[in-house]
Design a protein around this ligand. Structure first.
Ligand SMILES: Nc1ncnc2c1ncn2[C@@H]1O[C@H](COP(=O)(O)OP(=O)(O)OP(=O)(O)O)[C@@H](O)[C@H]1O
Ligand SMILES: Nc1nc2c(ncn2[C@@H]2O[C@@H]3COP(=O)(O)O[C@H]3[C@H]2O)c(=O)[nH]1
Ligand SMILES: Nc1nc2c(ncn2[C@@H]2O[C@@H]3COP(=O)(O)O[C@H]3[C@H]2O)c(=O)[nH]1
Length: 778
């Protein structure tokens, strides 16, 4: 799929103007040689050569035409007729070229529009910028897109398309989430077998090509693609039948083998798709309803795969690999006493290497930084004595054995040779020194730090004050914010203006529609149990037929996002203070195996003293020891690569986002920022080393950001407090709240909302009732 937005900004066909022709035709002097064609853009090249032909013909005509002092009417007429014919043919050629070009551009526009529509269908933040969004113009973001001066229709329609694309940080970023329908255990997933369907090589290639051509699926691993290809079964649809109906719950992904389908939305034609295209992937990948209708325009032959089979394939590759590696590690003596979760962690950092018989995997005397576990085949250990040139055979090692441990124990030089000696080749699992040391020491500490003492639930025990409180006792004073499921209001209890609270009100119907029930329950549970000064406290929950409510402490200093928006960026020490608050909140959560997953300045609120607290636990999740989670959620600019690649993620994803936060606080813009989410994801996948750091980021800050934003989750720094950037930082002062915050918000009373943006009254009609009972535990 092509998305050259920059290219489209040039008003077509601006580079070769028709005026050039007019200009040459009116001159009677010999024409200069045509200018060299532009270096890029095939389309313009073809116009250019067609135009050059006309120029040459017109030029020769001009020169051949009788001048006043050579009057030969006969000759003039014959030259006239011939050259005129050539001229007309050339003009005709230009017209045909231009028509072809227009058709090409039309289909590109259609493709682009369809592409955009697909993004907008699944990512609500790529919707056209709403009028209220102008309230939140971010100073550091680029100026709003300028209309090109051309009135050309092509340019105009593209301009309006481009206007619909979300620009970085212009408005508050919205979180996204897609929870697989049922999360199964590793055993279930790995044992699950799906029938495979025979197909010829041409069909296999076609399906593979369709997947690689699809922006939402092209990042799948080759094993996943192979499994999908195997499991796809043939289906046929007669012309005019509806294959997918907009709004339905989708359960099948298709690849088109033969035929033509038409895509429409709200009865408006969107595009036509032919052989070699995937469709129906959005509803399955993003757990939403069908975003468009697909109707067979001719008889169609398709390949199909069911949701469950598709999702299982997506999830199990990583899981099976992790399980296999973990099992291996259990057979390695040095690891045998480590707990399961540590082994799982280690298995995440392993990578696999292969050798042919006779290859030296390790050479005695060489420097070494890697530790190996044999996964397949046998190796020979030999040692060369200093007084001999001969290599002495020591032993043979096989599957499950390890070698290279001396490097990890701090020895620099290899003490023996390791030679692959299996005719079928050798495969090893490898860990590098840095990862190994970092991970083991880190996990040791994690184990000792792990506390389970205060999970009793603060809501029930300590908040007797709110025990008898009813929803009707609350009075709404103002709106503090608008979230995905409704508004957050500032409220008081029984007209007591000396205290205020924040009441988050969420539409039940919308929660169900977006399948976020599980997330909301976990938000209540995690916030309710959390007892940390750096996390907004949840006092009580309510529900009625239409809404769920969460009564929280109010943080009247406003969002850190608003302050950043107004200031542009923060200096090193301001950033350090806010990052420190987040580190404290993360330490609290992570030591309880809770992953937060939605770090961004919008979710950091200042209390009246200027300390920040984490809010919005909609994506937070308690993980089983050492296990990962697969939900695609977060905010595009902040998601870690493993989330994008669907490889499973754990608390290390939070450290990635901490690096992103530091960068955004120091510069005003997150490091990975594209014109649309898919571009942002592609930039994220290129890694932090591809990002240019502005000069105002100090060396220590840069080093820390890079250590947090490592591609490999296991390599990310987790002991952030000890990093050089925090040297001299008063952690104790932060914890005891005696450290002076960099910004003291002005809050005049318990009901002063001046640090929040203004929100117009809710214009939406009330949501429908939902009495289905899914929220009985809320
Ligand atoms: N305890 C609070 N005190 C003050 N303001 C709050 C509080 N909780 C939420 N807000 C305001 O309301 C906004 C939305 O709240 P929150 O992020 O929890 O809602 P959400 O529906 O989960 O949002 P999103 O869709 O962005 O995830 C916050 O960004 C903040 O401005
Ligand atoms: N929303 C949308 N879907 C499209 C478009 N073009 C093709 N599609 C496909 O139409 C499918 C309808 O069902 P899904 O939402 O599952 O996935 C959608 C896409 O695969 C388009 O322009 N917009
Ligand atoms: N020095 C030594 N290394 C051995 C022997 N048997 C297996 N090895 C492995 O060979 C490896 C060579 O690289 P290292 O020195 O890092 O670690 C060594 C051991 O893991 C042995 O008897 N002596």
């Amino acid at each position: 799929m092509r998305l050259f937005f920059g290219q489209w900004c040039i008003p077509w066909p601006g580079r070769k103007k028709p005026t050039t022709i007019t200009g040459v035709a009116t001159t009677s002097s010999p024409s200069p040689p045509p200018p060299p064609p532009p270096e890029s853009d095939d389309d313009n090249d073809s116009i250019s050569s067609a135009i050059d032909v006309v120029l040459a013909v017109e030029d020769s005509m001009t020169r051949a035409l009788p001048s006043d002092d050579t009057p030969s009417a006969e000759m003039a007429t014959s030259v006239d007729a011939q050259d005129l014919k050539t001229l007309l043919e050339s003009k005709d050629k230009i017209i045909r070229n231009l028509e072809t070009l227009l058709q090409d551009r039309d289909s590109e526009i259609q493709e682009l529009r369809s592409h955009l529509d697909m993004f907008q269908s699944v990512f609500p933040f790529s919707n056209p910028v709403s009028p209220t969004a102008t309230l939140h113009h971010h100073p550091a973001s680029p100026p709003p897109f300028q209309q090109p001066p051309s009135q050309n229709l092509v340019a105009k329609s593209l301009t309006s398309l481009l206007d619909g694309i979300a620009r970085p940080r212009k408005q508050r970023a919205q979180g996204i989430s897609a929870e697989p329908q049922s999360l199964s255990t590793i055993q279930e997933l790995s044992q699950k077998k799906f029938p495979t369907y025979p197909k010829n090589d041409r069909s296999r290639e076609l399906i593979k090509g369709a997947i690689l051509d699809n922006d939402f699926m092209k990042n799948l691993e080759s094993t996943q693609i192979r499994e999908i290809v195997d499991c796809m079964y043939p289906v046929e649809y007669a012309a005019d039948s509806v294959i997918i109906k907009e709004g339905d719950v989708g359960s099948i992904v298709y690849v088109m083998e033969e035929g033509r389908v038409e895509v429409s939305r709200e009865n408006k034609y969107l595009s036509t798709m032919t052989s070699g295209k995937v469709f129906g992937e959005l509803a399955i990948l993003y757990n939403c309803k069908r975003t468009a209708t697909i109707k067979a325009a001719t008889d169609c032959k398709l390949w199909a795969i069911e949701r469950q089979c598709f999702q299982t394939i997506m999830m199990r590759t990583g899981l099976i690999r992790q399980t296999e590696y973990t099992d291996f590690l259990k057979s390695v003596p040095i690891f045998k006493d480590l707990p399961e979760e540590t082994l799982i962690k280690i298995s995440d950092v392993l990578y696999e290497t292969s050798y042919s018989a006779g290859d030296y995997i390790i050479r005695q005397g060489a420097r070494g930084d890697t530790f190996f576990i044999i996964n397949k085949g046998k190796v020979k250990v030999t040692i060369k004595q200093s007084n001999s040139t001969e290599e002495k055979y020591i032993r043979t090692l096989q599957k499950g054995d390890f070698f290279g441990e001396k490097a990890l124990q701090g020895e620099d030089l290899r003490t023996a040779n390791i030679i692959a000696c299996d005719p079928d080749g050798v495969s090893c699992l490898v860990i590098d020194r840095e990862t190994f040391n970092q991970l083991i020491s880190g996990l040791d500490e994690i184990r000792t730090r792990y506390k389970d003492d205060d999970v009793a639930g603060r809501i029930s025990s300590t908040n007797k004050e709110f025990q008898n409180l009813k929803l009707s006792d609350l009075q709404v004073l103002a709106t503090l914010g608008v979230g995905g499921f409704g508004r957050v209001e500032l409220v008081q209890v029984n007209n007591d203006t000396s205290k205020s609270y924040a009441l988050k009100q969420m539409k039940k119907s919308q929660i169900v529609e977006t399948r976020q029930q599980q997330h909301i329950m976990s938000e209540k549970e995690i916030m309710g149990e959390a007892n940390c000064d750096f996390i907004v406290k949840l006092y009580k929950t309510f529900k009625d037929q239409k809404y769920l409510y969460m009564l929280m402490e109010s943080c009247l200093g406003g969002e850190l996002w608003t302050i950043l928006r107004d200031k542009g960026h923060f200096d090193d020490s301001t950033t350090r203070f806010y990052t420190g608050c987040v580190v404290e909140a993360f330490d609290y959560l992570h030591s309880r195996n809770i992953i937060y997953r939605d770090l961004k300045p919008e979710n950091l609120l200042l209390d009246i003293t200027g300390y920040v607290k984490l809010v919005d636990f909609g994506f937070a999740k308690k993980l089983q020891n050492g296990r990962k989670t697969w939900t695609f959620c977060g905010t595009p600019e902040y998601v870690a690569p493993e989330v994008i690649l669907n490889r499973g993620h754990d608390i290390s994803a939070d450290y990635w986002s901490l690096g992103v936060l530091m960068f955004e606080l120091l510069t005003g813009t997150p490091p990975f920022t594209g014109a649309d989410p898919m571009k942002t994801y592609n930039i994220i996948l290129k890694g932090i080393d591809a990002i240019e750091f502005p000069r105002n980021i100090t060396r220590n800050a840069r080093v820390l950001i890079k250590k947090l934003c490592r591609d490999n989750p296991a390599e990310r720094l987790t002991e952030v407090q000890k990093h050089k950037w925090f040297d001299g930082f008063n952690w104790e002062g932060l914890r005891t709240r005696t450290l002076t915050p960099p910004i003291l918000p002005v809050v005049r009373s318990a009901i002063d909302t001046s640090n929040f943006d203004n929100y117009p009254p809710d214009a939406d009609s009330p949501p429908p009732d939902d009495n289905s009972g899914w929220d009985s535990n809320f």
